[in-house]
Design a protein around this ligand. Structure first.
Ligand code: SF4
Length: 262
């Protein structure tokens, strides 16, 4: 089941929709959240909870109170949440684990610091990588989000993203091709370069396309390139046969990518 404890986010990532809640953040008192969890447990007995909050560990004070209430009330429901790397540390990871957290999504979006800076994400790629590794070590699953096709991204940046994913080694990762959400900094930046904007009643912002360094098709293959390279690496230590299958696909995709970069 999903549960929301906060609205908004104080950070500045240019592509992220802050138009709905604004660039501010409000949090429900811990007491009310605990009451809601107890009610959910009594009524539905959920297997797990998904905190839909943008940055679950944004306030360490709130999290400490949440942890102590969870222990006091003896509520054990495994949960997953999303946060930013620099809002985690050893103590916070320990509190999360003791509160029932089994998976943390830690955003990076790119393995290239140049692209992270272009997004105005205000985080160091090295910090993200180390925090994912640390979270893995403490026994909490990790997930990370990747975005390809952000304005200015080069093939070298994509290679850095592949290296970042191999080294960070998150349990899960998702890859999106950048799209401009109306009202965001990214949207205003590429507004005059929109090449495809279908009718809003029959489409979503994901369908809007804009002029990028490479044709749109390139990015479909780039996603497959990243996945096959990373999966090759991840399988190498336990199934060489499986790993080589990914490598063969990766080599074939490289040939396809070259068609779009001539
Ligand atoms: S991507 Fe995450 S940290 Fe950045 S503005 Fe959006 S919600 Fe906040």
């Amino acid at each position: 089941m999903t549960i929301s404890t906060q609205r908004g986010c104080p950070y500045t990532c240019k592509w992220c929709s802050t138009a709905v809640y604004g660039q501010s953040y409000r949090r429900r008192p811990v007491r009310l959240v605990i009451e809601e969890i107890k009610e959910l447990k009594a009524t539905y007995n959920p297997d797990m909870l998904w905190f839909v909050d943008d940055v679950f560990t944004v306030s360490h004070k709130w999290l400490k109170e949440f942890h102590s209430e969870i222990l006091k009330e003896n509520i054990h429901i495994p949960f997953e949440c999303i946060t930013r790397a620099e809002r985690l540390n050893d103590d916070i990871l320990q509190l999360l684990k003791e509160s029932g957290c089994y998976r943390i999504w830690i955003g990076a979006e790119s393995g290239s610091q140049a692209i992270i800076d272009a997004m105005d994400r205000r985080v160091d790629v090295q910090t993200v990588k180390e925090m994912i590794q640390k979270t893995n070590r403490i026994g909490i699953e990790t997930g990370t989000f990747i975005m390809l096709g952000y304005p200015g991204e080069t093939i070298a940046d994509i290679k850095e993203t592949i290296t970042y994913l191999k080294e960070a080694n998150p349990t899960h990762y998702t890859i999106t091709i950048a799209y401009p959400i109306k009202g965001t900094g990214l949207y205003y930046e590429i507004k005059n370069k929109i090449t495809h904007q279908p009718d809003w009643e029959t489409s979503t912002d994901r369908d809007i396309d804009f002029e990028r360094r490479y044709p749109r098709k390139f990015y479909d293959y780039a996603v497959r390139k990243v996945v096959n390279e990373v999966e090759y690496f991840r399988n190498l230590s336990h199934s060489r046969w499986k790993a080589y299958k990914f490598k063969i696909k990766s080599i074939a995709i490289t040939a396809l990518l070259k068609r779009y970069t001539k």
